[in-house]
Design a protein around this ligand. Structure first.
Ligand SMILES: [Fe+2]
Length: 302
């Protein structure tokens, strides 16, 4: 009889340990990733971009709030937030509290679907065979989270709203042109509103989006953007050791689910994000992160 129960008990015990690790430990092991991106004209000084994404913040996530606040010590020249900041109707205050001194720096933002729609439970395994895009088409019509108030607060701090907009900022002595789109995952992207060649007078051109959809990335590249920034994938969130992400929940391939890669002629940085949906509060082999991207001059053509 003992043998009969031994295997199921061992399996249940291993599952409980793995769940505890993923939901309590790794979910709070925030890490900073650093990349150098050679996109500046020769002779320009380096600039530092802090890329934040997918906080999915709920009140009470004090470790996340304190860690994000501490990133101001990196003295970034620019903060880029690629959306999914909210995970609760009362999260705006805590999110602004997390940004804290970062709000005094130049910043830009776009929305993600979770800034508009409150979390609902979904079977996380189904991300393996399809994206969650259809859920919004079928059931989620009216936004129920205060995304406009979030945007107003960020704009009041001087940050640029890049949802289907272009913009321009002086960043660390550079003239930076931005193009951004609202979230393609819920069909709010309107690339036509920002379409057109970038201004060659600007020092560098950044394309900002929530979900890294190749059809939009192709258009950014065709218009001359140098670096594209996105989030949304959570890096796969629950990954398999030595294999990686099981799904990207978007059109991008698994190999570029997070980190710095090329997309045709441009660079692409996808953030694995700071949080998780409150309905699937775990991370495995994919710690929560923010990234510090240092833009440096391109290699001179010899
Ligand atoms: Fe997200």
């Amino acid at each position: 009889m003992r043998k009969l129960y031994a295997a199921p008990l061992a399996l249940a015990g291993t599952g409980a340990v793995a769940f505890g690790y993923a939901s309590v430990l790794e979910r709070n092991w925030f890490r900073l990733r650093r990349f150098e991106v050679p996109v500046l004209p020769e002779g320009r000084p380096p600039v530092r971009i802090l890329h934040l994404s997918d906080a999915h913040l709920t009140p009470g996530r004090s470790r996340l709030i304190h860690w994000v606040r501490s990133l101001d010590a990196l003295e970034p020249d620019l903060v880029v937030n690629t959306g999914d900041s909210l995970g609760h109707p009362d999260a705006i205050g805590p999110f602004l509290d997390a940004l804290g001194p970062l709000l005094d720096r130049p910043g830009v933002f776009v929305y993600g679907s979770n800034d508009l729609y409150s979390p609902v439970f979904k079977n996380p395994l189904r991300y393996i065979w399809r994206t969650s895009q259809a859920d919004y088409k079928k059931r989620r019509r009216e936004p129920d989270l205060p995304y406009r108030a979030l945007g107003s607060s960020l704009q009041a701090a001087g940050w640029l709203d890049l949802n289907n907009r272009i913009g321009r900022l002086k960043v660390g002595g550079l003239d930076v042109e931005f193009g951004g789109i609202d979230d393609s995952h819920i069909g709010r992207d309107r690339y036509d509103k920002i379409a057109g060649p970038v201004d060659p007078q600007a020092d560098v051109h950044l394309g900002v989006m929530h979900s890294p959809e190749p059809r939009n990335m192709d258009r950014f590249v065709a218009d001359g953007y140098d670096l594209l920034l996105a989030g949304h994938t959570h890096g796969g969130q629950v990954c398999v050791p030595f294999y990686g992400a099981l799904a990207t929940n978007s059109g991008i391939d698994r190999k570029r689910v997070k980190g710095l890669h090329k997309h045709k002629g441009a660079w692409l940085h996808v953030s694995a994000g700071l949080g998780t949906s409150p309905t699937a509060p775990m991370r495995f082999c994919c710690p929560p992160e923010a990234s510090l991207l240092t833009l440096v001059p391109r290699e001179p053509v010899v």
